[in-house]
Write a protein that binds this ligand. Structure first.
Ligand SMILES: *Cc1c(COP(=O)(O)O)cnc(C)c1O
Length: 408
């Protein structure tokens, strides 16, 4: 007889085969560093948090409340569904002061979404005249102007009031009378390339348009934009990726501290006897006597297929090179040089950590840190931690009860 559905546990109680450790102290430290950068020139400046795509893959329910505790005065997501989930997470915070933290929806409010925006207390980013009209009507129905952000396109040609939309607004600023604009914002296209002339052009345009229609606090800079100099800061920083430890100044030392560690268990260890290759496509050559460990992580977990055969993992403080192609659920590593007692089923391999950060992995995979983060899969456990902590899951195999960080 099988267990009735109502008696089944919601999820397995056993520890997960792969997990992400999220250092919330490091996240707060990155928020504080960016705040310090802005306040050196403008003591009233504040740093919001961009946590779209489920907190850049880390879990918006984890990083959202943590950034609120760190002092972010507002959070940005892209979709209504993300905003609704975030509001639920904020409302669960023990401190009621954070329950009503402003949450902005970057993609704006579509037709038919008004009731949800009101129910979840969300603010749209108004990206054009239609958005403005829709939010004006929502305010009329509610008995007064409702809070929102105004987004002006200054050169990215993506979202925001375009040239014609802005001119219409500038000719008749009274059209803004039916909404309560708290932030006037624009977005930089080339902030990670300080020498690009578009940065200065966007800055000049932002100054010109905000002189005419600027309402509330002004916000231009994403992570990299904050490093273009104080001219780009205005009132509110809008960083995402730098908060999570990705380098906002490519080609220079990373001014942020790492937030993410990615770990997976060893499933099996084998000694190569007569076989000559490892994995799909027989892409890796095996030598007799080589020892191969198979890890419980694959491209379905966001470990990039394109990084096949590149880089190393760390097992019990020792480096093991990654071998061959990445499978859907598995990665193989060469553990021939590691002391044998350390490598066994259940041992823990660190894939992202001090030895290999998100930027290094992205380079090997031919992509950007943003994509590595946002593709982190749904099968991982996401484990918030404090600095210096390392997760130890008790398991039924001989494993050290405390794991020592490989870092000195
Ligand atoms: C994603 C996004 C940000 C944050 O960008 P990062 O480069 O991750 O700092 C800021 N503003 C807007 C409009 C965005 O879409």
């Amino acid at each position: 007889m099988s267990t009735p559905l109502t008696a089944l546990p919601a999820a397995p109680a056993a520890p997960p085969p792969a997990w992400i450790e999220i250092d919330l102290d490091a996240l707060a430290e990155n928020h504080a560093r960016l705040t310090g950068l802005m306040r050196a020139h403008n003591p009233a400046a504040e740093v919001t948090g961009v946590i779209k795509a489920d907190g850049y893959g880390l879990g918006a329910d984890i990083v959202g409340p943590a950034l609120a505790r760190a002092g972010a005065p507002a959070l940005f997501v892209a979709h209504l569904s993300e905003g609704a989930a975030l509001r639920r997470a904020l409302r669960a915070d023990p401190d009621p002061a954070r329950h009503a933290l402003p949450v902005y929806i970057l993609n704006g409010m579509a037709e038919g979404e008004r009731a949800d925006f009101l129910a979840f207390d969300l603010r749209p980013v108004l990206n054009g005249p239609d958005d403005l009209d829709r939010w004006t009507r929502a305010g009329q129905a509610q008995g007064g102007p409702l809070p929102a952000a105004l987004h002006i396109d200054t050169g990215m040609s993506r979202l925001g009031f375009d040239e014609a939309g802005f001119k219409a607004l500038a000719a008749d600023p009274a059209r803004l009378g039916g909404v309560d604009i708290r932030i006037t914002m624009s977005h930089l296209a080339c902030a990670d390339d300080p020498a690009h002339p578009l940065n200065r052009r966007q800055l000049d345009r932002f100054r010109a348009v905000t002189a005419v229609v600027g309402r509330g606090r002004l916000s231009l800079a994403n992570s990299s934009g904050l490093f273009l100099g104080p001219d780009f800061h205005f009132d509110l920083g809008r960083p995402g990726v730098a908060l999570y430890g990705v380098n906002p100044v490519p080609g220079h030392p990373n001014p942020m501290v790492p937030v993410v560690r990615l770990k997976a268990r060893v499933l099996q260890v084998r000694t190569i006897d007569s076989f000559e290759s490892v994995g799909y496509g027989a892409a890796a050559r095996a030598r007799p006597g080589m020892r191969v460990a198979t890890l419980a992580i694959g491209y379905a977990d966001g470990w990039p297929w394109s990084a096949a055969g590149k880089g190393e993992v760390v097992i019990a403080g020792h480096r093991a090179p990654i071998l061959g192609r990445v499978s859907m659920d598995l990665v193989t590593v060469d553990v021939s040089t590691l002391p044998e007692p350390l490598i066994h089923g259940g041992a823990v391999a660190e894939l992202i950590g001090d030895h290999r950060d998100i930027d290094a992995l992205a380079k090997d995979a031919g992509t950007i840190g943003y994509e590595i983060l946002t593709r982190l899969g749904r099968r991982y456990a996401r484990q918030p931690m404090t600095s210096g902590q390392t997760q130890v899951y008790p398991i039924g195999v001989p494993t050290p009860q405390t794991e020592v960080d490989p870092a000195p």
